[in-house]
Ligand binder design. Structure first.
Ligand code: WQD
Length: 331
């Protein structure tokens, strides 16, 4: 009864591996280490390889007694996806389909998928519910929606009904409470790591992408969810499938929106330092406000966010303060 975690050397994957181990499950990680970090894999076996390698995936399933998969392995940079669409379609979708073919042959029938709130594009109303229209605005988001649809097809497969839970993440942030794993700001353009960089790198100034939005303080609003809450959601999704749950797609967010300025204000309070920033132009593709209706995950998975923005900022600050080079040497 081993869980195969693909991309388990990545930010959310590594936190999920630890949550799975805390739940008493055996875990094996498959990661190319192209963007992941060996050091982030704690208390689990790491096999370096690609999910598209069907022989390797079949061997792992057989040798390790894999009974379920949590699939993180994918490229996730929205901007890069617009510049290199083929790379994203190949890695995020074609490779996933190759793996799914092997899993059905190996009779592995429980699958948790790392999807994204980006599949909604710019939602028309808040909070976002799972029945809202999906209108991806990036190739990255299109590939996430494509895999959700692929999983829908595999769940109809009479031969080996692969049941799945697709988790549509809102904005993941923060680091592990014990400060052993976190995010690498050199590979993430997201707000929280960039705010941390502005606090800790004297040569760096944060750019606020627009402060003229129709929001209370004029800056963009998002639903920031602690990465450890996100990790627990994957364990709950696996519990749900192991107890016979049917294929499901659900939002994973806190249900409340926070503005860029609110993140900055809290970061200044916690760090007792000023965040140097300048107001820049709006970023193309940025929705004004996006936050989740998280009730379906609570109803179906028994999952609800347990941490708020203070824990996100405190853990992120402690991680980046003590790991200015991420996992690289010299911290
Ligand atoms: C948050 C807010 C920006 C950086 C993206 C992906 C989404 C998901 C999460 C994978 C916005 C503002 C940001 C900066 C800023 N990734 N901002 N200056 O765009 O909501 O979502 O990451 O699943 O798919 O689209 O996250 O952190 O980039 O932006 O002002 O340097 O912070 O305008 O309002 P986003 P973000």
């Amino acid at each position: 009864m081993t869980v195969l975690v693909t991309g388990g050397a990545g930010y959310i994957g590594a936190h999920t591996v630890r949550a799975l181990r805390s739940s008493g499950r055996k875990v094996v990680v498959l990661d190319t280490l192209e963007r992941g970090n060996r050091e982030a894999v704690i208390d689990a076996e790491l096999i370096v390889g690609d999910v598209a390698d069907q022989g390797l995936v079949a061997k792992i399933c057989g040798d390790k007694g894999v009974s379920s998969v949590i699939h993180f392995a994918a490229y996730k940079a929205v901007g890069e996806s617009m510049l290199e669409p083929e790379k994203y379609w190949n890695n995020n979708v074609a490779s996933t389909e190759k793996m799914l073919d092997v899993l059905t042959e190996q009779r592995v029938d429980k699958f948790v998928f790392s999807s994204s709130a980006a599949v909604y594009g710019t939602p028309l109303s808040m909070p976002v519910t799972e029945s809202d229209p999906t209108k991806p605005e990036s190739v990255y988001a299109e590939t996430k929606l494509a895999v959700e649809k692929l999983l829908g097809a595999f769940s109809q497969n009479t031969d080996c009904r692969l049941r799945s839970v697709s988790l549509r993440y809102f904005n993941a942030a923060g680091a592990s409470k014990d400060n052993r794993i976190g995010e690498d700001w050199s590979s993430s353009q997201n707000l929280v790591p960039q705010v941390m960089r502005a606090l800790l790198d004297k040569d760096f100034k944060l750019e606020i992408f627009g402060n003229d939005y129709p929001t209370p303080d004029g800056t963009g609003v998002r639903d920031y969810i602690h990465v450890e809450d996100l990790a627990v959601a994957h364990v709950k999704a696996l519990d749900y499938l192991e107890s016979g749950g049917e294929t499901l797609v659900c939002n994973i967010g806190t249900g409340s929106g926070t503005s860029v300025m609110q993140v900055i204000d809290l970061a200044e309070k916690i760090s007792r330092k000023k965040v140097p920033y300048r107001i820049a132009a709006r970023r193309a593709g940025d929705p004004i406000s996006v936050f989740a209706d998280a009730r379906l995950a609570e109803k179906k998975l028994g999952w609800k966010a347990a941490r708020g923005l203070p824990e996100i900022i405190e853990s992120a600050y402690e991680w980046h303060r003590t790991h200015p080079n991420g996992y690289r040497r010299g911290n």
